[in-house]
Design a protein around this ligand. Structure first.
Ligand SMILES: Cc1ncc(COP(=O)(O)O)c(C=O)c1O
Length: 358
């Protein structure tokens, strides 16, 4: 039986698989910040009630200007969205009847939104076990496409492409008429110096999408933004619904940009836990992706049955059946609190012990 797609909804998953829900369920399938939300968000929370009776600012202020200041770009080059997810739907409209090049395995929403708008997708499937990005082959394929989507760092591998590599792709795209959509939902974990945002002025055919969900642990309020040329942003703005960003989210978002020490603590914590988990998995003979985010993916020697076995023990991994190029033999794990990571390792150690000879 094919496993159900799931995005951070473990109880529905048990239900769909007809499995009893164990007393303790630890969800490693979702990948928001393991340190939770910044303290400043908790403090401002009661005050946000005053926003409730009012319509929000139509441009998502004060969030939009805070995002512009954070990245050192004019506010006219920023479009605020009800999560990055909304912006992908808006962007896809631009490619109606056109052709998009997708590099798999990657986030499924690109294809879903593009197909829903009548775009054609070229699926370029890479091998996550192969760390080298096939730049020359991608460049060649760009000649058949109107747009190249890149997820950087990539979900589900966590692997980051260098700014230099993206510049080469962008330069080629300028020559051949292939635009770029770069999803940097997890760039906060890798570091701002790797962002393509400073290069979007030089390459106006490229847009960068960012999410506030992952770093700031605020998936519930839906907040993201997009940065591109003024002309491009003005065009997309016409397609977003009026008042698309609620007033509470706009205030929380502004506050989050000021949370430098929270960001630093998060990055340090995730780096250390990634290192510990990767070491453990590699020792057990797994192939592990070189992630720079708050999750990693791994392929054990023996994948069959692992997912269900872990579910039975109350451990929810992200299966990869619907990720082209991973086909269920890989698993993605979100970094969580230290105690939870230890429980995960203990459960996996049991599985590896029983399947060491395969
Ligand atoms: C790579 C990637 N981009 C974008 C999103 C959507 O982010 P948001 O919560 O801001 O809509 C996700 C959510 O999982 C994601 O994994």
């Amino acid at each position: 039986m094919q496993l159900p797609e799931h995005g951070a909804n473990p109880l529905r998953l048990y239900d769909r698989l007809g499995m009893e829900v164990p007393d303790r369920v630890l969800d490693f399938s979702e990948n928001v910040n393991p340190l939770g939300v910044p303290e400043g968000v908790r403090q401002i929370w009661p005050e946000l009630l005053s926003e409730l009776p009012h319509y929000p600012d139509p441009d998502g202020e004060p969030f939009r200007s805070a995002a512009a200041d954070y990245h050192g770009v004019p506010a006219e080059r920023v479009l605020a969205g009800n999560g990055a997810a909304e912006l992908f739907a808006v962007i896809a409209e631009r490619y109606r009847g056109r052709t998009a090049l997708l590099i798999h395995p990657t986030f499924s929403e690109y294809k879903a939104t593009l197909l829903s708008k009548g775009a054609t997708c070229i699926d370029f499937v890479t091998d996550p076990a192969e760390p080298e990005f096939p730049e020359d082959r991608v460049i060649k394929k760009m000649e058949e496409a109107d747009v190249l989507y890149l997820c950087n760092p990539n979900n589900p591998t966590g692997v980051r492409l260098s700014v230099e590599a993206i510049r080469r792709l962008a330069e080629h795209g300028l020559r051949t008429g292939c635009e770029l959509v770069i999803d940097e939902a997890f760039m906060d974990f890798a570091g701002e110096k790797h962002s393509f945002i400073p290069h979007t002025e030089e390459f106006p055919h490229a847009v960068v999408v960012r999410s506030m969900t992952k770093m700031y642990g605020i998936a519930g309020i839906r907040l993201g933004y997009m940065i591109g040329s003024g002309e491009r942003i003005a065009g997309h703005r016409k397609a977003v619904p009026h008042w698309n960003v609620n007033g509470m989210a706009a205030r929380i978002g502004k506050l989050c940009f000021g949370e430098e020490s929270f960001r630093r603590r998060t990055v340090r914590y995730c780096k250390e836990e990634r290192r510990r988990l990767s070491e453990f998995l590699e020792t057990a003979g797994c192939i592990v992706t070189g992630s720079e985010t708050n999750y990693i993916s791994f392929r054990p020697r023996q994948s069959d049955g692992l997912y269900r076995e872990m579910l039975g023990q109350g451990i929810v991994l992200r299966h990869t059946e619907n990720f082209l190029g991973m086909d269920g033999t890989w698993f993605r794990v979100g970094i969580k609190e230290r105690e939870k990571m230890e429980i995960l390792k203990e459960a996996l150690a049991g599985w590896f012990g029983e399947h060491s000879s395969s």
